[in-house]
Ligand binder design. Structure first.
Ligand code: 8X3
Length: 246
């Protein structure tokens, strides 16, 4: 992906937060970007000014039918994806003790955060391997490195993202396809509000408790650093935390 050729990127969870910021940064560099999210109206609003440089699609990465229909409908000129960023993630109903939460919420988190990554990698890695190029970036979390009380499914899901990324790295050994996990600490986005089902006050209180949080641009910087390396350099993992919360 590095060098002069401007390829095709695909970002899941592109309608807000890290995904939106990263998509805009890549578009600003001239890449063509496939932006996926569940909220089609929001995608259209955010990326209205980018015309044919973007391909927008309403996709729920946790849903096998949704993903397979998207892949089938993707026009051939958009199919050779050079950079896949498996960013979509959620923690709806999280940050509470396991037994107090709803088992459906825990399973939904696993579906989005783990099965979503599996589906996207499974759909786009074969073409990268055949073409002998490409880069997969998974968005993990510090929750993939250490557990915390109230993390239940989210911690499990991000440990799985880390493990999946490491395994794929081994399986992609001796290919030119690169794979990177970017693992941020808390990033201030709409993530906490979604976790609390639109309770803005709870979300604001969560971020207010932290000495500082990361911004989506901080995470985008890490992704860009990984893809900007020369082709023989694979950045395996980037851990980013707020300086005051190391
Ligand atoms: C980090 C999630 O809970 O710190 O991936 O916002 S949280």
């Amino acid at each position: 992906m590095s060098g002069p050729s401007l390829g095709i990127c695909l970002i899941t969870g592109a309608s807000s937060g890290i995904g939106q910021t990263l998509a805009q940064r890549l578009l600003g560099r001239g890449y063509r970007v496939i932006c996926l999210a569940r909220r089609e109206a929001r995608l259209r609003e955010v990326f209205a000014s980018f015309g044919e440089q973007v391909y927008l699609a309403a996709v729920d990465v946790a849903n096998t039918t949704s993903v397979s229909e998207f892949v089938r409908a993707l026009p051939s000129e958009w199919k050779p994806v050079d950079l896949l960023v498996a960013n979509a993630g959620s923690d709806v109903g999280g940050r509470r003790p396991f037994v107090d939460g709803d088992a459906n919420d825990w399973m939904s988190t696993i579906n989005t955060n783990v099965n979503g990554v599996i589906q996207m990698c499974h759909a786009f890695l074969p073409s990268m391997q055949q073409r002998g190029c490409g880069h997969v970036v998974t968005i993990g979390s510090t929750a993939g490195l250490r557990a915390y009380v109230g993390g239940a499914a989210y911690v499990a899901s991000k440990h799985a993202v880390k493990a999946l990324t490491e395994t794929l790295r081994l399986e992609l050994k001796n290919t030119a396809v690169r794979i990177t996990e970017v693992a941020p600490g808390t990033v201030q986005t709409g993530f906490a509000e979604a976790r609390h089902r639109g309770d803005r006050a709870r979300a604001d209180a969560f971020y207010a408790e932290l000495p500082a949080a990361l911004t989506p641009d901080d995470v985008a910087n890490a992704v860009l650093f990984a893809i900007d390396q020369p082709p023989h350099v694979n950045i395996g993992q980037i851990l980013i935390t707020p300086t005051l919360d190391k």
